[in-house]
Ligand binder design. Structure first.
Ligand code: DC
Length: 220
């Protein structure tokens, strides 16, 4: 089975690129960030304090994830419930870096990721997919873009929902998240040693996918 891994920082376009690439290859697309986010939805719903690590880990050990594609969009089911529309809720986004930094949460999530990739060709996006989860993947990519450009992409999405959002705040949040993801002790974000790095600061999603496909065909 072939696995294409795409790692990179927040708003580097991983999700749009991963989704379109998977469609073009006829592979299943899985965004690993959504697994961490889905677990957080249940943690919030059950009002589990972040200090009680055993309870947090338990949520991930019992988390059942299914990914379905319906009407050209990916639907994410957690414990049988379609949670897609809540994955990016503000309270989820706030706690997910803290939860994702817990070693046992990452171990439980690794098993979920491996199970999802069983007997299927997949494209998986995340922070540590090429380095930790599938170090033997056939094709590894690392997407990045200037932080100002990534902040601007996120700002444009957020301002549609809330016109009071300020670009400066989005930029500051993004710089903090980059720091949290790359400086955490457990599985920090890094460029996998044999990954191809693509800076898509000046590329559209389609152009980025074209570049990736060129590399895949050249290596096949
Ligand atoms: O890509 P995202 O914003 O949905 O990721 C949400 C959080 O999960 C972010 O803080 C990084 C973390 N994450 C991770 O640690 N490892 C992954 N493979 C994917 C996401």
């Amino acid at each position: 089975m072939d696995i294409v891994t795409i790692d990179g920082p927040t708003s580097s376009g991983k999700n749009s690129v991963g989704f379109l690439l998977a469609q073009k290859l006829g592979y299943q697309y899985i965004d690993s960030g959504s697994i961490y986010r889905a677990g957080c939805i249940f943690i919030l719903r059950k009002q589990i304090p972040l200090e009680i690590k055993e309870k947090i880990v338990e949520q991930f050990m019992n988390l059942q994830i299914e990914v379905k594609v319906s009407n050209q969009s990916m639907r994410f089911l957690a414990n049988g419930e379609d949670v897609t529309d809540h994955l990016h809720d503000g309270d989820v986004t706030k706690i997910v870096p803290i939860v994702a930094a817990i070693r046992q949460v990452r171990e439980a999530t690794r098993l979920i990721q491996q199970k999802l990739a069983q007997s299927k060709n997949i494209v998986m996006t995340g922070r540590d997919i090429g380095s930790e989860i599938f170090p033997n993947a056939k094709f590894k990519f690392f997407l990045t873009a200037d932080v100002e450009i990534r902040a601007n992409r996120r700002f444009k999405q957020l301002v549609q929902k809330d016109p009071a959002v300020k670009y400066e705040d989005v930029l500051k949040d993004m710089q903090e998240r980059d720091q949290q993801d790359s400086e955490r002790e457990v599985s920090p974000m890094r460029v996998p040693k044999d990954a191809i790095v693509i800076d898509n600061s000046n590329l559209t999603v389609e152009q980025t996918v074209e570049q990736i496909l060129k590399q895949i065909y050249a290596q096949s």
